[in-house]
Write a protein that binds this ligand. Structure first.
Ligand SMILES: [Zn+2]
Length: 344
C-alpha cells in the first residue's frame, strides 16, 4: 500500500553536468561521459533505496533534458541547427532541434540506464519517456507541415518510435513505463482530441504497467510565474482526465501539495492508479512526514488506498542535490506514517 516513487528526474552531480539547470552542459566527453552517466545513475539508485522508496527510477542521469535525451537517438532530426521556439504555448523559449526528414530510431535509446537499474535493485522499477504530444511541443518542424494535421502526423510518428523503445525497456525488465505529458495541461482540447490516442499508440502492446505524468512543470521561474496567472483553482486536468479514464493507460499522476488543483478531480480517474503529488518541487522547504501523510489522507477521499501511489509533483532535475535527497526521505517517511494511520 502507498508504494512511493519519484516523477522521474533527479539533480545531476556537479562532476557530471552543470547543476540547477534544465538544459545543463555535460562536464565530461566521450568514454568519461558514458562512465560518469552510469556512475550517477548507480548513485541515485542507491540513494532512492536508502531513502526508502518502493519504486526505483534511473533519475534521468543520462539525458541532458527529458525530451531532447530521446531525440538525440532519432534519425531525421537536425541537432546542429537549433532554433529558438516558444514552448508550452510560449510560456518560455527554448533552443530546439528541427525535424527535417522521416523519423527513425538509430538504435536503443536508454538500454544502459534501464539495464543498470534492473541489475542493481530488486525493487520495482519505473522508467520515463517523453510523451508524443510533449515531444511535438519541444521540437521545431520543417517536414510534417503546418497546422493540426501536421502536428498529429508528427506525434504519431514519434509515438511509433517511443513504442519501439518502450517494448525494449519492458524486455530489459522494467515494471512501469511512464510517459511524461506536461503539454496535456497546456493544450487541453488537443490532448483530449488526439494526445491521448498518440499516447496509447506509444504504449501499444505493453504488458507491463503503463503510466502518464501530467504536471505544471519543473520548479523554474517561468513556470512559477505561469502558475500565478492560473487563478485560484487549477482545473486543467478536468478536460483531459475523462479521456484518460477511458484509455488503456493504467496510472495517472497529478500535482497536489501546494498546488491549486481541486482534489476532487481525482474522481474523474475511476479505475486508475493515481500517483498523488505529495512533494513540491518548486520549493526548497522540505516537507514533513505529517504534511505528506496529510496530503495522502486528503486524496483518500477520492481514490481507494490500493490505487494511491504517493509521488513527487514533478521531476527534481533543476533542484539542489541535498534538497532532493531530503525530499526523497520525506516522501518515504510520509508514506510510512500514512500506512500507520491506516492501521497497517
Ligand atoms: Zn512534470
Amino acid at each position: 500500500m502507498f508504494s512511493t516513487s519519484i516523477a522521474g528526474s533527479l539533480p545531476k552531480p556537479e562532476w557530471l553536468a552543470e547543476t540547477q539547470k534544465l538544459w545543463p552542459q555535460w562536464k565530461q566527453a566521450g568514454d568519461s561521459l558514458s562512465q560518469a552517466k552510469a556512475d550517477a545513475t548507480l548513485l541515485w539508485i542507491k540513494a532512492q533505496e536508502d531513502a526508502g522508496l518502493d519504486i526505483i527510477g534511473d533519475g534521468e542521469q543520462a539525458r541532458q533534458h527529458f525530451v531532447h535525451g530521446f531525440l538525440e537517438q532519432v534519425e531525421g532530426i537536425d541537432f546542429e541547427n537549433k532554433v529558438k521556439m516558444g514552448i508550452r504555448n510560449n510560456r518560455y523559449d527554448a533552443m530546439v532541434p528541427q525535424v527535417v526528414a522521416k523519423l527513425r530510431l538509430k538504435g536503443r535509446v536508454h538500454a544502459m540506464e534501464a539495464q543498470l537499474l534492473r541489475a542493481h535493485t530488486s525493487r520495482k522499477t519505473k522508467f520515463t519517456l517523453p510523451g508524443p504530444m510533449t515531444i511535438v511541443d519541444t521540437v521545431a518542424d520543417r517536414f510534417y507541415g503546418e497546422g493540426k494535421e501536421g502536428r498529429i502526423q508528427m506525434a504519431m510518428a514519434f509515438a511509433e518510435l517511443l513504442n519501439q523503445e518502450a517494448l525494449a525497456l519492458q524486455a530489459d525488465g522494467i515494471d512501469i513505463i511512464q510517459f511524461d505529458e506536461p503539454a496535456f495541461n497546456v493544450y487541453m482540447e488537443d490532448a483530449a482530441d488526439w494526445g491521448v490516442k498518440a499516447l496509447e499508440r506509444a504504449a501499444q502492446g505493453l504488458t507491463c504497467t503503463t503510466a502518464v505524468h501530467i504536471c505544471y512543470g519543473y520548479g523554474i521561474q517561468a513556470n512559477v510565474d505561469w502558475k500565478n496567472t492560473l487563478g485560484h483553482e487549477w482545473r486543467q486536468y478536468e478536460k483531459v482526465f475523462p479521456a484518460l479514464a477511458k484509455s488503456s493507460i493504467q496510472q495517472v499522476s497529478l500535482e497536489c501539495f501546494h498546488s491549486h488543483v481541486p482534489m476532487d478531480l481525482i474522481s474523474l480517474l475511476k479505475g486508475k492508479d493515481v500517483m498523488v503529488g505529495v512533494i513540491d518541487v518548486a520549493s526548497d522547504v522540505i516537507e514533513t512526514p505529517e504534511e505528506v501523510a496529510d496530503t495522502i489522507g486528503k486524496a483518500l477521499q477520492f481514490v481507494s488506498k490500493e490505487h494511491l501511489f504517493p509521488c513527487t509533483n514533478c521531476g527534481m532535475a533543476p533542484m539542489g542535490r541535498d534538497v532532493a535527497w531530503k525530499k526523497l526521505k520525506a516522501l518515504a517517511k510520509g508514506a510510512e506514517l500514512a500506512r500507520k494511520r491506516m492501521g497497517s
